[in-house]
Design a protein around this ligand. Structure first.
Ligand code: ATP
Length: 140
């Protein structure tokens, strides 16, 4: 079933998530405060907007509350990352995924209601290790 995703923060991680969801046939609203990041992804998602996602009015005007899933892919700005996650949950988005910078940050995100907290570098490391074992790297 076609779902509606909003991806906030279009760094390497957010861009990759947004493009892949689009390739998989879903509706994707991609958002970044940086105009260049928005220009780069414009043709690879359903909608791309330049906006500061800390602004609740902007989120409401974009109808973000009606989306099925939100991905908060902001890295460096912890305050924005936490605030936006909180607002998205308070708006009623059923599933909010947020990228964490540390275990403590992840704990805060869980406490404020994030449905899934991810640690991209660590998660990728675990996946790679598992894949290396599954493909029996010793055969190479
Ligand atoms: P990556 O590792 O995925 O490349 P990163 O972890 O270094 O990214 P940042 O570069 O800090 O993460 O943030 C990712 C994107 O989020 C940036 O393009 C930045 O412009 C955007 N961003 C940061 N704050 C906001 C905000 N308040 N609203 C919208 N976009 C934001």
């Amino acid at each position: 079933m076609r779902k509606q995703f909003v991806v906030i923060g279009l760094g390497r991680f957010g861009t990759s998530v947004a493009k892949t969801l689009n390739i998989l046939g879903h509706d994707v609203l991609a958002m970044d405060k940086n105009e260049h990041a928005v220009q780069v992804i414009m043709h690879d998602v359903t909608h791309a907007v330049q906006a500061d996602a800390r602004d609740e009015e902007t989120l409401r005007a974009l109808g973000v509350r009606n989306f099925d899933v939100a991905v908060v892919a902001i890295g460096d700005d912890l305050e924005a990352n936490i605030l936006i996650t909180l607002m998205l949950k308070e708006m009623g988005i059923p599933y909010v995924v947020t990228k964490a910078q540390s275990a403590l940050h992840g704990k805060v995100l869980e406490k404020i209601g994030a449905d899934k907290v991810i640690y991209p570098e660590q998660d990728m490391g675990v996946r790679l290790a598992n894949n290396l074992i599954r493909t029996n790297v010793m055969d190479f």
